[in-house]
Design a protein around this ligand. Structure first.
Ligand code: URA
Length: 196
């Protein structure tokens, strides 16, 4: 991902500066419909980051990522992998809710990218889990198909990234749970290997 250094006033803005800019952001049409900018949450820095698509209705109302039904499932997945939700960083490719929960458009993902890049710099995860097709496309390219890339390690900008299915996809099709479980076991194993 090429960095867009000209966007912030300093080359390496602080978390507070990036958050301040995010709350004011009008870079795409999603700004018009939002109640809250859902920036992301968790410790900074953090070794493990989970990245979804964009806020749904509950997230838009509360200003926090993954707090609706898919979020409850994500919390259970994180815990099943041996982590506590509070010790990982959770965010999305776009920070504002797309109308009717549609998939974010490429220009909306692009507009939000400087924020994602700054979050990656500040959180500095060693491992990132990409939840679903939108996150996988943002990291691995627009033609990426989640069914083809999931379950394998990819390396992007010094981060080991593991694409897997989005928790909302598991709610629609519980048969995918087995594959997600296999994928997050790989995350747990690499984390243990790296952190000792
Ligand atoms: N789905 C996402 O991709 N992100 C959220 O924060 C909630 C649901």
């Amino acid at each position: 991902m090429a960095r867009q250094l000209d966007f912030f006033s300093q080359p390496e803005p602080s978390l507070e500066e990036v958050q301040r800019q995010a709350l004011l952001c009008q870079r795409c049409r999603l700004a018009a419909g939002r109640r809250h900018v859902v920036f992301g949450e968790g410790p900074v820095p953090a070794d493990l980051m989970w990245i979804g698509e964009g806020p749904g209705q509950t997230e838009d109302e509360l200003g926090r990522p993954f707090v609706g039904r898919a979020g409850e499932l994500l919390t259970r997945i994180i815990e099943a992998a041996g982590f506590r939700r509070e010790e990982v960083y959770i965010t999305n490719i776009v920070m504002c809710r797309p109308p009717g929960n549609r998939t974010p458009l490429p220009d909306e993902m692009e507009a939000c990218r400087p924020f994602l890049e700054e979050k990656l710099r500040l959180v500095a995860p060693k491992i990132a889990v990409l939840l679903g097709s939108t996150a996988a496309k943002a990291f691995l390219g627009p033609d990426t198909r989640i069914t083809q890339v999931r379950g394998r390690w990819h390396h992007v900008g010094g981060i080991a990234v593991m694409p897997t299915y989005h928790p909302a996809a598991l709610l629609r099709d519980p048969r995918k749970k087995r594959e997600v479980w296999e994928d997050v076991q790989k995350v747990r194993d690499l984390y243990r290997e790296l952190m000792g």
